[in-house]
Ligand binder design. Sequence first.
Ligand SMILES: [Zn+2]
Length: 256
Amino acid sequence: MLSARRKSDGQIVNAYFESKANAPFACPQCGDPVALKTGKNKINHFAHVNPVSCKFATGENDAHRRCKLEIYQALQREPNVTNVALEVPMGTNRPDVFATISGVPVAIEVQISALPVETIMQRTIDYFRNGICVLWLLPWTPKLDSDRYTPKIWEKWIHTAYYGRVYYWIEGAKVASYRFDPHHRTIPKSTWYTKSGKKMTAGGYSERSKRYRTPVRGETYNIATDFAPKQRYWWEGNGVKVPDAKLFMERSKLGE
Ligand SMILES: [Zn+2]
């Protein structure tokens, strides 16, 4: 995690600006001691001294920290963005980055590791109840440039919730919009003869893949200037449920 409570004055501080000389630090969620970790090739961060039952003690890697920190820093530079904060506890949630963007409270959640769809839905519901818009992001990967991509289950859920798009973080406050098209594989035509001399044929058509999708890149957006709130109503179809939600998404698609 990138933020902790500094015990000397009770302030919530950012690992990026902190020094070990100001220890001790505590986890803002559970109050247990955390240590500042610094290193040349790593993003400064706090780690629980004792691996504990705190749900914020694990599940984070350097890529995740870098992404959070860059979004946080980029939003702070935007004139229409205020209250930018890292990892603020909000009810049962703790968004990676929280900000008020053009007057709209927005929770930004960056997902790297697999997360049960139920967890994503529950967090989305909690934000909705608190009147907070949510933006689910994933870090961009070169795999998206392939015509054959395997979205994770929760990635497909995000795609459904956001009306057929997923936002991948590029740098700073920039994200790329992608949609998943069906992926078809060609079953080659083959011909053979049975023992009795009967001609048989098979294949020669294309089949929709259950596993793969073809990612199609759309525009690149700035979260601070190109996104707006969108009320999503409860929806169910194709075995997927989307709860009432306040989404934060590209302005140009709000008519949908
Ligand atoms: Zn903790």
